[in-house]
Ligand binder design. Structure first.
Ligand SMILES: Cc1cc2nc3c(=O)[nH]c(=O)nc-3n(C[C@H](O)[C@H](O)[C@H](O)COP(=O)(O)OP(=O)(O)OC[C@H]3O[C@@H](n4cnc5c(N)ncnc54)[C@H](O)[C@@H]3O)c2cc1C
Length: 420
């Protein structure tokens, strides 16, 4: 390795890490007794485990047999993708030498360096990678709890909720109103609610054209706003209405019995109601002491090591990594960079500064997409934006079609990197 300032952009990083690691002189032979415990097998944790398995013993703690992916789940909700394509079993990781433990982590004992599991046992570690994703702030919106989510689904963690929202849209009569409520930032996948509105509009336009979508938004501005607004006007006319935060768009109360949602000034009745609640880091991040008062985890952006608990690295949605968004693209790349830094540190070398990137694609229709991209620097232990931009607003159909294909290619690549 001649240049210690590296640019890790997107999936190119995967081709880079293994040769770099070998050139840096760490291997299973140089780190024979090292044990890394990864908590959470999502895009962040599984990607980190896949990288580190080449150099040391890796245990992945994850309560599920399989991972269900959120990216592309809006296509499932709109009836344009089969749910089975969202599901990735963990046996691929086992076959690649990662010790997958099917359980839930309940605590981290930082003094004894042990991860405690729900089944009562614990696992010793040299370093932990904590990647539990998000938890939902139940009752931050009055009346919105786990029971209410069975009537007004959030579908913000993929699985049964995705299918519930899909079934509700299927059952809704023509002329119905779909309400989508968007929380204040930060939340998982900043453009996700608006992609969801677009794809539901596509479904309704073709199947139930007298229906409406009302977005009740806590925000004034949102990711790719000019692209979405121009796209909605062109593809869906006035089917989508949005009330921004400054016009009292933020939902403060729900009543599942009457199928109503309230802002500070108005109450709206919906036929299908999708509440995306405020969020924070996954619950283990709170009990492990890695989350601060904001509910999210402060980190050193170069190493991803927690600012609060030594030898614990936090990656993915659970982190405070702004301006990097909470996306699967970011989570995958953070997993790979974190793996590299841990391997460097364990072999007695200094962590290096890197540049990381993100690209988020959003579907306007099932065959047209646009994107936002950014490059981020972590040189001084904080993330800063280097450059970024979006697809042009006035692009022709062929560019939108080609971005829809690029999105598919990205999903195939990122899921094979993470889940084998
Ligand atoms: C509708 C929607 C569309 C999206 N579209 C895109 C997109 O197009 N592009 C994009 O880049 N991103 C997209 N995202 C965002 C993306 O899904 C997330 O940013 C990404 O999943 C974050 O990865 P993660 O590994 O941090 O968390 P997760 O993927 O949530 O993984 C966390 C894992 O940790 C496990 N876990 C939690 N607690 C514990 C515990 N105590 N012990 C053990 N395991 C635990 C969970 O079971 C889970 O498997 C979308 C999100 C949504 C909701």
């Amino acid at each position: 390795m001649t240049d210690r300032r590296n640019v890790l952009t997107g999936l190119a990083a995967s081709a880079f890490l293994t040769p770099q690691a070998k050139a840096s002189g760490f291997s299973k032979e140089t780190m024979p007794s090292t044990n890394i415990v990864v908590i959470g097998g999502g895009f962040a944790g599984a990607s980190a485990a896949m990288q580190l398995r080449n150099f040391c013993a890796v245990t992945l703690v994850e309560p599920n047999d399989h991972y269900t992916a959120c990216p592309f789940s809006n296509l499932v909700i709109a009836g344009h993708r089969q749910f089975k394509h969202q599901v990735f079993p963990y046996y691929g990781l086992n076959a690649m030498g990662i010790n997958v433990v099917k359980d839930k982590a309940t605590a981290i004992d930082a003094e004894k360096k042990r991860v405690k599991l729900k089944n009562g046992s614990d696992i010793p570690y040299d370093r932990v990678i904590l990647s539990p994703g998000i938890s939902l702030n139940w009752n931050a919106i009055e009346g919105y709890d786990a029971a209410a989510a069975q009537i007004m689904p959030h579908a913000w963690r993929a699985g049964d909720q995705t299918l519930l929202l899909r079934r509700q849209l299927e059952a809704m009569p023509d002329g119905g109103t779909v309400i989508i409520s968007v929380p204040p930032p930060p939340f998982r996948c900043p453009p996700g609610p608006y992609e969801r509105a677009s794809l539901i509009a596509y479904h309704l336009r073709h199947r139930k054209p007298r229906s409406k979508i009302l977005i009740l938004d806590a925000q004034d501005k949102f990711s790719k706003m000019p692209l979405f607004e121009a796209g909605w006007a062109q593809a869906y006319g006035d089917m989508i209405e949005r009330i921004p935060g400054s016009e009292s768009g933020q939902v403060v109360r729900v009543d599942p019995k009457t199928m109503t949602v309230s802002t500070d000034f108005d109450t709206f009745k919906g036929d299908v109601i999708n509440i995306i609640p405020p969020q924070k880091a996954g619950l283990i991040a709170q009990s492990a002491g890695t989350a601060d008062g904001s509910g999210w985890c402060p980190i050193n952006a170069r190493t991803f090591e927690s600012s609060l608990v030594p030898n614990v690295h936090v990656i993915g949605d659970a982190t405070i990594a702004a301006p990097m968004p909470k996306s699967a693209f970011s989570a995958n790349l953070q997993g790979k960079v974190c793996a590299l830094q841990i391997a460097l540190m364990l072999s007695g070398q200094e962590p290096i500064s890197t540049k990381l990137s993100n690209t988020c694609y959003s579907y306007l229709t099932p065959s047209h997409a646009f994107s936002v991209s950014g490059v981020y620097d972590n040189a001084d232990g904080k993330f800063s934006s280097v450059t970024g931009g979006t697809s042009p607003v006035d692009a022709d159909r062929s560019l939108r079609e080609s971005e829809a294909w690029q999105a598919m290619d990205w999903f195939k690549a990122v899921t094979s990197e993470a889940f084998g």
